[in-house]
Design a protein around this ligand. Structure first.
Ligand SMILES: [Zn+2]
Length: 273
């Protein structure tokens, strides 16, 4: 939830640009991989930056979000380039009354035709989270951090309990920042309804989920950077785990007792350890 005075369009575009740049710096968005969207529920002026308007069908009806605005990265756009020229990489969708259709606002300088093909998953997650929490702001990021993605190819890390007890053990902050741990969605075809359904379900109980053999999706109700931070925390944990695998697992990590003590001290509710 964001309190007034609300960020303006340029602030929001800058937030998306900064997150895109950071994801690129941690090598979680090679080429045109990854996508970012935000949903905001306060009125915002789009026409100055995005004067071209067309009607579009939404991937699913979202009647309760009539009037809400989505800023979404364009299909095939590079996340690292949003910061330089946001209107070339971002499209804005305002949901029409009834929630089946929307108005897509674009810049004349855009370098894409459609918003990201993963918008169905983004929209489903925004809708589900906003209905349950009532937030007026919600950010969703899909990125492809290599160490997390690599671990998702190893069968024993496809078990959520195994994954979390092994990844949460390398730094005290990891459990503090990701107290629900990392969710796991088995491999599903990109952009498919099955991937959307699995993501929606897992993000009800986690702030970040792995899309097996593909990447991650993370969310935040505060800022886009907060969602990007979650990708970075999880990827750093995976990097330690990978490092440990590469030296025959000589590291032991923090013990379950130590992690429980950290959680008691910082008042973190968790049920992994
Ligand atoms: Zn992807």
């Amino acid at each position: 939830m964001i309190q007034a005075p609300y960020p303006e369009l340029d602030d929001l575009l800058e937030m998306m640009g900064e997150a895109g740049k950071r994801l690129s710096e941690i090598e979680a968005s090679e080429g045109a991989a990854g996508n970012i969207s935000i949903c905001l529920r306060w009125p915002i002026e789009l026409r100055t930056r995005f004067p071209s308007v067309e009607e579009i069908e939404l991937p699913q009806p979202v009647p309760e979000l009539a009037g809400a605005t989505f800023l979404v990265s364009g299909s095939g756009r590079r996340l690292r380039e949003i910061i330089d020229e946001p209107s070339a990489s971002i499209g804005c969708i305002v949901v029409n009354e009834g929630g089946h259709t929307g108005k897509l606002y674009l810049s004349y300088h855009r370098r894409f035709e459609r918003v990201t093909s993963e918008f169905n998953s983004h929209l489903a997650v925004h809708y589900d989270q906003i209905l349950s929490s009532g937030t007026n702001f919600h950010a969703v990021i899909h990125a492809q951090p290599p160490h997390l993605t690599y671990l998702s190819h190893i069968p024993r890390y496809q078990n959520e309990q195994y994954l979390n007890t092994h990844l949460m053990r390398w730094q005290p902050e990891t459990i503090v920042n990701l107290p629900e741990g990392i969710g796991f969605v088995p491999f599903r075809i990109p952009s498919s309804p099955e991937l959307m359904a699995g993501t929606l379900e897992s993000l009800r109980n986690h702030r970040i989920v792995i899309w097996a053999q593909h990447g991650v999706m993370a969310r935040s109700e505060v800022t886009v950077n907060r969602a990007a931070d979650r990708v970075e925390y999880a990827e750093t944990a995976a990097k330690y785990e990978y490092l440990n695998l590469s030296v025959d697992e000589v590291g032991e990590g923090l013990s379950a007792d130590e992690i429980r003590a950290i959680c008691n001290t910082f008042n973190v509710q968790q049920n992994i350890f």
